[in-house]
Design a protein around this ligand. Structure first.
Ligand SMILES: *Cc1c(COP(=O)(O)O)cnc(C)c1O
Length: 360
């Protein structure tokens, strides 16, 4: 009976798979290794304990919204909308697009939700393949934009899973040439040296997406979309009224004021990223791709062990990373993605990698 009743794309789809990580050193999901800084924990708990759980939360998150608008100096015509993670915002964006307005577009490989949510919502999804260095061929990209006329383009900046930033000029040209909306997904903004947030006011079709997940607050589920009110006002109609629960609202209002602490933590991760990249690239047969995020992508070539062998060997040692391996010819062939953690956990990973790759 489900074949008759349910969306055919849903019947075909695979559920989003999350690896079982119980008891593992978790380096698979770009989480921060740090829990709430001790210096602010007591105050945070006080705030939480006074939250009114018997009441519906503020549907507009007015406290946080006003504060964020002020701190980012958003001009009068601009606004920010919050989602239950940026995943929810991606869903709202895709659902807002008219069926006949053109496909949703991104690059391949990129963040899986763009494709997954488009497909489940019965929207056409097209992507342009990156090359073996995860660069975007400009000619191919603009030819596709011209031919497919996408209604909505997602660019993860930095890109997940490759960790790189596409050239700023290429993105600026994309914003200019796109016949529809361009969303720059800056999930890793805290680890990156560049951002398009300041550009939002210059381009009427540009939106910038952020999240607190990769900076140590993944459990709160809180994403942010910045853009012109002409878009945000419409998206707000699709957003379910109480999508941000009251514990998240109370927590975010406080953590936003304490955000300097999270930037400090990010600095340590960035310096660890450079250390881990440098040390892994010294292992023979390992290519490390440059990253502006809190993870790195590696490729194994001419090693006795395949990416899957290394992934399994790490798992045996209690270390969980992400196996990105795809068949030969795909840009992710023999690739692994590793989340950068604190010095102690990174050292565990480094010595395990050395052991695995240097033994036969
Ligand atoms: C992790 C990630 C997200 C998802 O963020 P949530 O706010 O946790 O839903 C969005 N975009 C990219 C590129 C990501 O890597």
């Amino acid at each position: 009976m489900e074949n008759r009743l349910l969306n055919p794309q849903l019947l075909k789809a695979q559920a989003y798979h999350v690896q079982d990580a119980s008891g593992m050193l978790k380096l698979d999901a770009m989480e921060s290794p740090y829990s709430i800084p001790e210096s602010i924990k007591a105050t945070w708990l006080e705030k939480i304990s006074s939250a009114s759980l018997n009441r519906y939360p503020d549907p507009q998150c007015e406290d946080i919204r006003t504060q964020i608008i002020k701190d980012h100096n958003l001009a009068e015509d601009y606004d920010v909308m919050f989602g239950n993670g940026s995943d929810e915002i991606i869903q709202i964006l895709i659902q807002a697009i008219a069926q006949d307005a053109g496909p949703i577009m991104s690059v391949n490989p990129s963040f899986v939700m763009y494709d997954l949510v488009s497909t489940l919502n019965q929207r056409d999804y097209v992507s342009v393949d990156l090359d073996q260095q995860f660069c975007l061929d400009e000619k191919k990209w603009f030819a596709q934009i011209q031919e497919k006329k996408p209604a909505l383009i997602f660019i993860a900046y930095p890109n997940n899973p490759s960790g790189n930033l596409f050239p700023r000029a290429l993105i600026e040209k994309t914003i200019e040439k796109a016949p529809g909306l361009v969303v720059i997904d800056e999930a890793y903004a805290l680890y990156s040296h560049d951002s398009f947030l300041e550009d939002v006011a210059k381009h009427p079709n540009l939106l910038v997406l952020r999240t607190v997940s990769k900076m140590g607050l993944a459990g709160l589920r809180f994403g942010l979309l910045f853009g012109h009110k002409r878009w945000i006002n419409q998206f707000n109609k699709l957003r379910l009224p109480y999508n941000i629960n009251c514990l998240t609202q109370v927590s975010m209002a406080y953590f936003w004021q304490q955000r300097a602490l999270f930037s400090e933590q990010a600095k340590e991760i960035i310096s660890e990223r450079e250390k881990v990249s440098q040390q892994l690239s010294q292992l023979s047969g390992v290519t490390v791709y440059p990253s502006q995020a809190n993870f790195i992508l590696l490729r194994l070539e001419n090693t006795l062990k395949s990416a899957t062998d290394v992934f399994n060997a790490l798992k045996e040692k209690g270390i969980l990373i992400k196996n990105m391996d795809k068949p030969k010819g795909h840009s992710l062939h023999q690739c692994l993605r590793v989340t950068i953690s604190n010095p102690q956990e990174n050292n565990v990973l480094l010595s395990a990698m050395k052991q695995i790759l240097e033994s036969n």
